[in-house]
Design a protein around this ligand. Structure first.
Ligand code: ADP
Ligand code: MG
Length: 240
């Protein structure tokens, strides 16, 4: 579903990504962990072209998104994104947040988009919040709306950038439960997270990014039980 080859990204003189190679199969859940500032968000943002890669190749579901001829809006509908800070539209109802993309980008009729939107809100446990505005929701509820909004475009993959990092601890579980459900349903997911429990339980593969490269990747049990890279060992000793 995703192929990244030798991805480099610099901001001015700052070299953030220095040759990332990553393949994500259809239905796979890949968790990315690593220190703050190591380039985890930049990897996700390159995958849906919120950032332009400096060099390298990224193919999402057969579309070379680094090719200037590729329709980037199409790519963005195929790779949904869920952000740490939710990024809901504050002046729109919950339901409108979910239906905006299908109506504007996919040309779906409003009644059809609303029917689908209500189903998605029910799926994330928020059927009764359709008419509310984001400010009336808890952080966990906002993030579940953001997931419903991402799903509304029928993405091939969802990219999660620390989806629970802004939440009060007691609200983390409800968001992780929704993500687990998606994983069980076979959604392809790339998840930047500090939730090691989630990575252990749900990921097919865990990746450690540090200093702009993938330092280690492995199946979760092996990754956590037997880390080889000294920097990963050091990182795990601080976070687990
Ligand atoms: P992480 O998500 O792992 O914490 P990021 O990918 O957000 O790291 O950032 C990696 C590095 O790139 C950091 O040093 C950050 O300051 C820098 N960076 C990220 N985005 C930009 C930007 N738009 N302009 C300049 N520097 C940036
Ligand atoms: Mg980040």
């Amino acid at each position: 579903m995703i192929t990244i080859e030798n991805l480099h990204k610099s901001f001015g003189k700052l070299k953030v990504l220095k040759g990332i190679d990553l393949h994500v199969a259809t239905g796979e859940v890949v968790c990315i962990i690593g220190p703050s500032g190591s380039g985890k968000s930049t990897v996700l943002r390159c995958i849906n072209r919120l950032e332009d890669p400096t060099s390298g190749r990224i193919v999402v579901d057969g579309h070379d998104i680094t090719d200037p001829n590729t329709n980037i809006n199409l790519v963005r509908t195929e790779a949904g994104m869920v952000f740490q800070q939710f990024n809901l539209f504050p002046h729109m109802s919950v339901l409108s947040n979910v239906t905006l993309g299908p109506i504007k980008v996919r040309g779906v009729s409003r009644p059809e988009a609303e029917e689908q939107g209500r189903k998605l809100l029910a799926k994330v446990g928020l059927a009764d919040k359709a008419a509310n505005f984001p400010e009336q929701l808890s952080g966990g509820q906002k993030q579940r709306v953001a997931i419903a909004r991402a799903l509304a475009l029928n993405p091939k993959v969802i990219l999660f950038d620390e989806p629970t990092s802004a939440l009060d601890p007691e609200l983390v579980g409800e968001v992780l439960e929704v993500m687990k459900k998606l994983a069980r349903e076979g959604m392809t997911m790339v998840v930047v997270t500090h939730e090691m429990g989630f990575a252990k339980e749900v990921a097919d593969r865990v990746i450690f990014v540090d200093e702009g490269v993938i330092q280690e990747e492995n199946a979760p049990h092996e990754f956590f039980a037997n880390p080889k890279n000294p920097r990963l060992r050091d990182f795990l000793s601080k976070v687990v």
